[in-house]
Structures are given as C-alpha cells and as structure tokens.
Design a protein around this ligand. Structure first.
Ligand code: MLT
Length: 312
C-alpha cells in the first residue's frame, strides 16, 4: 500500500548528505568531537554526515545559521555549553536558544585545562595566580570569542583572581592553540580534546584542570580547585541540535545514529585518549537534553550577570 507522503519521506531519510555545523574553526575541540561522531553517524545513517565549520561570535554565528535552516533533518548543529551561556551573554541574540532548536541528545562532557606558552615563567598554579595578579593586562589570554567555553573559563578565572588580562578572540581554540604554541599569546583555558596532545608533547605548560576530580589521561595535572582556587569548576558539555520544527521521525533517526556513535568502540577509545567519554546513554535523549539545556541557562545566568560581561 502507498504510504502517506510524510511517512514515505521519513522512511527515506536521509537520502542525501547531512550537514553538521560546528560553530568554531576546524582543528579545534568541538571540531574534533564532531568529526568522530559524524564519522560513526555516517555509517549508521548510510549517508555522509559532512562537518561544516562556521566560526565567529563565540559560536553564535553557526548556531544562528542552524536556527534559520530548513527543518528537514539535513542540517544539524554540534554545539557545547556556549549554547547555554550565549542566552545571557548576548543582549541581542538573533535566535532563541530554548525555542529555536530541537534537541537530539547530549554527547559528552569535557574537562578543561589552563595552559601557558612553554616559556611562561610560572611553574605551577600557585605561581601562575601570583603572576597574573601582578602582571594583569600585560598577560595575553586567548579565547574563541564571547560565548565560547574558553571565554567562560577565562571569565571565571579572572573573576576568581579579581583581575583582568588582555583577551584576544579567535574563531576557535584551534587557531588560538597555534598562537600559544608559537608564543604569540600567554594563556589559554581549553578543552582536553584540544590540549592533551600539546601537553603530552611538552609544547605548552599545563597548570591545572577545571574539574573537581583529576583527569585520568592527564594524571600529573592537579585540579585548580586543589591549587589555590577552591570551588573552581567548569566542564564543557556538548549536544546535538536540529532546527525547530524538524519532524520527530527525522529526530528519532538522528538520535538513534547518535546513540550508536556513543557506543562505538572507536569513538570511546579516541575520547578516552582525549580525556573524555560519551555521556551515559540515558542522557542522550531529546528530553534530557532539553531539560539540561534549560537548567544550564538558569545555572549560568546569575554567574554571568555577576561578572557583568555582555556582548551586543
Ligand atoms: C572550539 O572548538 O574552538 C572551542 O570549543 C572553542 C571554545 O569554546 O573555547
């Protein structure tokens, strides 16, 4: 018997490549997570999931592009904690974080590391704290723009120290890392998915991790919490989104491919090397993702308002 048109379309989905927008530059931490997930999803969907890097404005340019895309399942967004912080950081965001997307599922939680150029004087976190307090805006901190994870971490770091550094924004921490290794900037706080290789190769100095617990793959690096910054804690979570109005059948197929990717031994092994792991499967649902996003917007709002940093 003939299927109604919408059902027939859903059965065919996807019949052409799916674009996964990463709202930061290629070669950075979000890109790394996205490419691993996209590769696995391509296999289970039977169509290429092609990563497109749309950097700029701390992730809000790429997110805005997906918010306005045709809601047919062929354009999706892999974004992180910045999806939640941008709601407060930007006074005039051209989309609504909570109502312009269909959540597909959470992906992973990634610790961050505070790292310095290899020639930076301080040897450990205690020395770094004293150094930043003394040198203030002579210290150059790189980030990926207002709304990025590196922005959030830097904001918390500066507010804990009660001092400002000079901030240089990039399209992503991939390019910021190049400048840190090259010595053009002094400090970066970035996800282990981008920093682990450079730390292990001795190309940068690692001062501390931003989680309450140490990171298994970086056992020699203390927590900031235990290194003179009690209570310092931030972890970057990633989630997958489609534009609002994407049919449930397409969301379900995308979610099933995501859940398969999160159980893919190749993904799990690579994540572990990079200091992270897939979320528990019960968190990889549209429902949990939606509730978590709303909770994260509410959690960071007062913190951002207290720090008093806003963008237009
Ligand atoms: C990136 O992929 O470049 C990062 O996630 C940027 C950031 O949020 O710090």
């Amino acid at each position: 018997g003939a299927l109604p048109l919408a059902a027939a379309k859903a059965q065919d989905f996807p019949s052409r490549p799916v674009t996964m927008v990463v709202p930061f530059a290629a070669g950075g931490p979000t890109d790394t997570v996205a490419r691993l997930i996209a590769e696995s999803m391509s296999r289970s969907l039977g169509q290429q999931v092609v990563v497109e890097n749309v950097g700029g404005a701390g992730g809000t340019r790429g997110a805005g592009q997906v918010a306005k895309a045709t809601p047919d399942g062929y354009t999706i967004l892999l974004h992180h904690i910045g999806q939640a912080t941008a709601a407060t950081l930007y006074r005039k965001l051209p989309y609504n974080v909570l109502t312009d997307f269909e959540e597909v599922g959470l992906v992973t939680d990634v610790p961050m590391t505070v790292i310095g150029k290899s020639t930076l004087e301080p040897k450990d976190a205690a020395e770094l704290i004293a150094y930043v307090k003394e040198n203030k805006d002579a210290v150059i901190y790189g980030n990926a723009g207002v709304g990025s994870a590196s922005h959030l971490c830097g904001m918390l770091f500066m507010s804990a120290l009660g001092t400002q550094m000079t901030t240089v924004p990039y399209q992503g921490t991939g390019p910021a890392m190049n400048d840190l290794v090259g010595g053009q900037i002094d400090l970066l706080c970035d996800q282990t998915t981008n920093t682990t290789g450079q730390i292990k190769a001795g190309k940068v100095k690692a001062y501390g991790v931003t989680t309450k617990e140490k990171v298994k793959s970086l056992p020699d690096i203390p927590t900031l919490d235990a290194s003179g910054m009690p209570g310092f804690e931030v972890a970057v979570w990633h989630g997958l989104y489609a534009p609002k109005g994407t049919p449930k059948a397409e969301i379900d197929k995308l979610n099933a491919a995501l859940v398969t990717a999160l159980q893919d031994p190749k993904v799990i092994a690579r994540f572990a090397d990079l200091g992270t792991e897939p979320v528990a499967l019960e968190r990889a649902t549209p429902q949990v993702h939606q509730e978590f996003l709303a909770a994260e917007v509410a959690k960071w709002k007062p913190v951002i308002e207290q720090a008093g940093v806003f963008a237009d």
